[in-house]
Design a protein. Structure first.
Lengths: 306, 306
């Protein structure tokens, strides 16, 4: 069995060594143009030329939660695309989102600014009932985030394509219930996959439906958001602020207004990082399962796009 | 039945109205020197003169989690001191501590400083196994904090005076196990009651026992900490940082080095605020229970001091 590794922007050696250690019977190689085709591929943003050379590929393992970039390419006909379905990412996402929600709710940015001026300030406690959080996308990451927010007793809503049921989370589903979901939310957390249907879903019309003083946390993809609509809603006072981890172009270009907007917190796509050891263990386990002819989790439905 | 209210630094009217609504059969009054003695008192930092005028008091309800200031006074002989045992404070404490731990672990201060300089930075993910969190004090607040930290999969230790057992938390007890507890912790969260035994417990000797790169979060009382020892350990690089919500003198005096220390985050005693509605409901419920001759939770043991 041959496994090929083709991940741009990733140091290959530790991945190759880890995959070799986890699957000692496999031949694990860094892809080079013209190399013999492989049975399995571990990829991140591979070039089309790589895919065109893999006629016998059984599965492509994407080392990230979002497969949107991969789904834009022509894939080998027999190959299934497999997402990492957790591999230590969901706990990071829960951390990132809870930190952002708590920081906003508890006004820690405001206290910090006061302390910088040597000011011991008093702020009236806010009621968490006034800060319902809506989570868009209830996959592995969204469900984990929703459950973590409940630990802090926020009212939590969820919205997903197909109906879901989660304890203590008010679930909405499909386009018909999207407006009701938005109207019930004050803090909006985006964890949707990026597909043609969800591109630009965070825009003036949708973000305007949030409760007054709305707050956006985008941890999915930059292309979900219409940048200029967010800025207009922040500047008009309709939205209170935003925490953004993902952008249409990454790194966020110099001079982009998000860098310096006083109501926007920017982080450099760090909300849920791919953890090498956990990912290698998961991919090796799935390859072994496929080799035994058994089903695995995380296979992408090309029609849905995730 | 008469209830008297004597809370410094607190707007009395909403408390009086709330207590009257919750206990319509009671006479609820704001204390004035020379007033007729009451059966129950709701207090925060009352003067000794107030206590000296209350010979028939059955219970003193302290509107905060810490009763250290009250325990320094001469109390009426028949009066029990009752702490608020949650009243919405434990969820706030869990929020505050999780926010501080996540912020430190995920290096969000560092990212923020980079973004301010227009820098899209990369930092190697840290392993949460390297950030065991030790919680000092496993009462209502400490237990809630420990459980919330487990949601984010940190290794969590607890230390308390008497032995406790908590799922997924490694528990230490008593002076004999204190050094082992400290040596197993990298992030130290202080939630102890302030008593003669715990005053100054956060000092050069104890804080030096933490794992390298130790981090202190003090959300109990300022007098638990020897201020100059913390500064020396931060300046020598032995400790990585601290988040402090409580201080020996509050408001923190102008010119105190904590205000501007680059490794210290200061907040103005805001980690867990007394929430009026929840507190009134709890106090009213306990008075009704006592009037029926039944036992209540939260009675302070004068020998222990909490």
């Amino acid at each position: 069995m041959k496994i090929t590794f083709c991940c741009t922007d990733t140091k290959a050696e530790p991945w190759l060594a880890g995959l070799r250690a986890a699957l000692p019977e496999a031949l694990v190689e860094l892809w080079q143009p013209g190399a013999a085709p492989a049975d399995y591929a571990v990829v991140w943003a591979p070039p089309q030329a790589f895919l065109d050379e893999q006629p016998q590929l059984k599965a492509l393992f994407n080392i990230g939660a979002g497969v949107d970039a991969l789904m834009l390419l022509r894939l080998p006909p027999g190959a299934q695309v497999v997402r990492l379905d957790d591999a230590g990412m969901s706990v990071q996402m829960a951390e990132y989102v809870c930190h952002a929600v708590i920081r906003h709710f508890r006004e820690f940015d405001g206290y910090e600014a006061d302390v910088k001026q040597g000011k011991w300030s008093y702020r009236k406690p806010r009621a968490r009932a006034d800060f319902p959080v809506g989570v868009m996308g209830l996959g592995v990451l969204g469900e984990r985030v929703a459950r973590a927010l409940r630990v802090f007793e926020f009212p939590v809503m969820g919205w997903s394509r197909s109906p879901k049921a989660l304890d203590d989370v008010r679930c909405f589903a499909g386009p018909a219930q999207f407006d009701d979901f938005l109207a019930a939310s004050r803090v909006l957390v985006n964890l949707l996959p990026l597909t043609p249907e969800t591109e630009g879903i965070l825009n003036r019309a949708t973000l305007s439906r949030l409760k007054p003083g709305g707050y956006l946390i985008n941890v999915a993809r930059g292309a979900h958001l219409v940048d200029e609509d967010l800025i207009a809603l922040l500047d008009s006072g309709q939205l209170a602020g935003a925490t953004l981890d993902v952008f249409r172009t990454e790194p966020l270009p110099a001079g982009h207004p998000f860098w310096t907007h006083p109501k926007i917190t920017v982080t450099p796509h760090t909300s849920a990082r791919t953890l090498r050891e956990e990912s290698i263990a998961q991919i090796a386990g799935k390859i072994a399962t496929l080799e035994r002819g058994e089903p695995i989790a995380g296979i992408v439905d090309p029609a849905r796009g995730y």
